[in-house]
Design a binder for this molecule. Sequence first.
Ligand SMILES: [Zn+2]
Length: 565
Amino acid sequence: MKQVSLASDALVVKTPGLPLIADLAATLHFAPEQGHIWLAGRRMMLVHVRTIGIARREIVNAVGYERARAVFTRQGYEAGAMDAEVAGKVRPNDPLFDAFSVGPQLHALEGAVLVEPIAFEVDIEKGHFYAEWHWRHSSECGEHVEVFGIGQSSAGWTQIGYASGYASVYLGRPILYREVECIAMGHPHCRIVGKPAEEWEDAEEDLRYMRSEQLHATTATKPPASARTAASAKADRWKVVGASSGFNVAFDMLRDVADTDAPVLFQGESGVGKEMFARNLHAMGSRAAQAFIAVNCAAITESLIEAELFGVERGAYTGATASRPGRFERAEGGTLFLDEIAMLSLPAQAKLLRALQEGEIERVGDTRTRSIDVRLVAATNVDLREAAAAGTFRTDLFYRLNVFPLRIPPLRDRRADIPLLLEHFLDIYRAKYRKDITGFDEKAVSALLSYDWPGNVRELENMIARGVILGRDGQPLRLHHLFTGGERLGDQRFALGKDGRVHAASEKDSAVNSISALLDSGRGLADVEREMLTEALTRSGGNRSAAARMLGLSRAQFNYRLDSR
Ligand SMILES: [Zn+2]
């Protein structure tokens, strides 16, 4: 295979204030035999700049100015997020500014715009970020002027999305860039300013072009962290958060179906947040004022499932000393969410199907039927179609549930969401554990971005919860606060060694490291014990026996320790 490469020594041209671009240029390869162009490991495509203006006019005419701008901004966000993933690998040992400059310089190499630094202030320890750049010869703004002329608003839509996506993913927190001067507004050149989203007073205006409601909810309109209570953090627990294209596709589908009564079947790996999506579906629909009842089918034994779902009449069986309604009745008028529905036994599937077909249920031991008005939403991490083919799931029930299948992509396929999720969960657990954690340090961000996340969003949430417990007030979370459970980073397990460097480690090493992190945290044994007891109780959903098992204690020992505090 013959490849034509740009000779790296041909690119000694230096932009004032930026490192040489030769290392990036060396990653640019043309492979015309395959019809490929590669840059920093990503397939690229050359585009006629003139067609950008034509496309923009067409799209503005078709869907309107606001939606067109959103489309271009999100496209840029995704591209910037992708370039940020490679940035850490290109200049791993360079000073922060040079390493960060990979994005602006790739943007120039890609032919979008020449980016010149004006100001760059980053203090990762304190969570401070402020950056200001000149944009010269902006392809997008130039084309915008060609098509629309000079107007009232800035025109670097894709480019500002790129800058925001790049900085957000690079730093692991939502950074919003804004074009404060633009040739499309009659300025001599374009100038952009980037700050954490919450530091812009009116960030809503720009954020709605990225992920309207979601970013609103988690960044722009939230009160400062210090003013947040554990209760508001708990309410935030169910917000879905994201900005990646994979997230947006799923969320747009969710919004489309929310206001109907159609059954929805969420599919996706374990931990992707199917229940969060289901709760949002309920909250956005016309049943929002009624109950949302969740049932985990895997957690209820075969003998009890019928009573759980449909209720029991007094005396139906030994021990049924009082009549009680089932989940269907409790969800009346609202939404019933059946998680892990593939775990239902075939007899339970038959009863569920009958209830859905006839719109009525019968309590166990009851002679009369009750009509039900419930929206059914289900979730599964197995392929129900395959299960139906294999005979472990009823085909007729599958078709009844599969009216609107909605797949939620695994976290590794939507890495652009990681910065938003980090910020989101850090906020929640900072408030919950009353810890003044400033953010994440560089090594932690780079590890969080490159990690494969087999346990998806739930794993990320647990890691941050644990990190906040281990972290110290007034400091960012570091690698050894987060990767303490023997996670596999890349092909190997890594842990922080005594020399401060990350090296391959055994599970024993990582256990030892989490103990040293605890010692580093400077808290007494009693504090750590109380946090462990509380966290175990939270994770077990308030079940003291399960929490005790988690800690290797008897229930009595657990109660004694918890209650004596
Ligand atoms: Zn501009």
